[in-house]
Ligand binder design. Structure first.
Ligand SMILES: O=P(O)(O)OC[C@H]1O[C@](O)(CO)[C@@H](O)[C@@H]1O
Length: 259
């Protein structure tokens, strides 16, 4: 298999940033790297625990990962990082349905823990928090929202020292508008107002973070992530402090590369 070379690499704090020519190269490179990391973990432990983001920005990455050879998915425990509250049961917009379609239904992980948006939010946050706490999280595969959110930790609710592992949040308007612009919902009125999300300390507790951020609509968020001071005004800035976060961007989200 040919390796896909980034056209530019740099460090932002402790975070390794790789810039690819376009989103398909970004997705393929990230998928292969994540597969290699999973293989390495599976060689040294019985179970590997991974949290996945559910968004169009992850499509190329998830497709590559789903096609990766020699991965024993039966020893993988999978989680997702957020879920809307208030969608009809089985709605294609739910993040559980998205991941079942894009990945879980193809690779059949040994265990998939779905967030249940129909349960009482308080009870569901506790239940999911307990499942997450059963053992360390090995890998989180995430994206960055246009407002710099990680999962559904939008700037008004993001807390780098959140005491809760999973919480109920009200979504901010930039985040809800993005879902319409991404083609996930026909209008703002149909985007749920509330959601459950893993909190930032849980996401950052993973040994490895793979962060895939393609597309021109993310250029502002990528620039802020790399250059703005670290604060919840742009939650993704905290990624620069994780010791093993790799961020995959393309020329649309990064901007021009000058050598
Ligand atoms: O790349 P996108 O579509 O902005 O998604 C970024 C994040 O938003 C979510 O889709 C919803 O919070 C997450 O699953 C994902 O990490």
């Amino acid at each position: 298999m040919l390796s896909i070379k980034p056209i530019h690499t740099e460090l932002s704090g402790a975070m390794l940033v790789r810039v690819y020519k376009n989103r398909s190269q970004l997705g393929a490179a990230a998928g292969r790297e994540a597969a290699a990391a999973i293989r390495a973990l599976l060689a040294s432990k019985a179970q590997v625990r991974i949290v996945f983001a559910a968004a169009p920005s992850q499509n190329e990455f998830l497709a590559e990962l789903a096609a990766a050879p020699d991965l024993d998915w039966s020893r993988i425990t999978a989680f997702h990082m957020d879920e809307y509250i208030g969608l009809p049961a089985g709605s294609p917009q739910s993040f559980g349905s998205f991941l079942r379609e894009a990945l879980f239904g193809k690779v059949r992980p040994g265990t998939v823990h779905y967030l249940n948006p129909a349960a009482s939010p308080e009870a569901e946050c506790k239940r999911y928090g307990r499942l997450l706490a059963e053992a360390p999280i090995d890998i989180v595969c995430l994206g960055i929202g246009e407002n710099g959110h990680l999962a559904f930790n939008d700037p008004p609710v993001a807390d780098f020292n959140d005491p809760l592992p999973v919480k109920l949040v009200v979504l901010d308007e930039v985040c809800r508008n993005q879902q319409v612009n991404d083609g996930c919902f026909p209008s703002l009125a149909e985007v749920p107002q509330q959601a459950l999300t893993l909190t930032i300390p849980v996401l950052l507790s993973a040994q490895w973070l793979f962060c895939m951020v393609p597309g021109a609509s993310k250029r502002g968020a990528v620039t802020r992530t790399l250059h703005e001071s670290i604060s919840t005004a742009c939650p993704s800035t905290i990624l620069r402090e994780h010791g093993d976060c790799r961020m995959f961007v393309d020329t649309d989200s990064f901007g021009a590369v000058f050598s």
